[in-house]
Design a binder for this molecule. Structure first.
Ligand code: FES
Length: 158
């Protein structure tokens, strides 16, 4: 697979770069773009970004490994994040995580065999007022329970 942004994406990269005094500061949004395009931040993607932004590969690797939102391996088409931090845990977030894990037959940071779902147990996602909550890709689902989770998963299976 060719690891290269298309001309429109390069324009987007340049917009990010223009917002900062240093090119390297655009690293995080550019990595996010890359993850959306290729699904994860592979070693090849890291190398491409380091060349594109003219920064050491070790800097890209450091940011990728520090932030859990950057996937270091391929994830499912629908990445389910279940918050089990305090507010959500007090409202059964931990049980919801266990339930989803059992329903899908996968553990933390694993992907179903068909590649449709992956699962991640996460810390607070800043939506405590709607605890317990989960996120599927970039959408939040708040005040969730087992029934609602099952409905969501079934809908995404269709
Ligand atoms: S504790 Fe779950 S969103 Fe804050």
């Amino acid at each position: 697979m060719q690891i290269e942004f298309n001309p429109d994406e390069i324009i987007e990269v340049q917009k990010y770069v223009s917002k900062y005094p240093e090119k390297r500061s655009a690293l995080m949004p550019v990595m996010w773009m890359a993850q959306k395009k290729w699904g994860w931040i592979s070693p090849e993607v890291m190398k491409y970004i380091s060349e594109l932004l003219e920064i050491p590969l070790s800097n890209v690797e450091g940011v990728a490994s520090f932030y859990t939102m950057y996937f270091k391996k391929p994830m499912g088409k629908y990445h389910i994040q279940v918050c089990t931090n305090v507010s959500c845990m007090l409202r059964k977030g931990d049980q919801i995580y266990k339930h989803v894990s059992e329903q899908l037959g996968i553990g933390n940071l694993e992907t179903t065999e068909d590649g449709v779902f992956s699962l991640e147990e996460v810390e607070c996602m800043g939506a405590c007022g709607g605890a317990p909550m989960i996120a599927i890709n970039e959408d939040y689902y708040e005040n969730i329970d087992m029934t609602k989770v099952d409905e969501l998963i079934n809908n995404f299976k269709k």
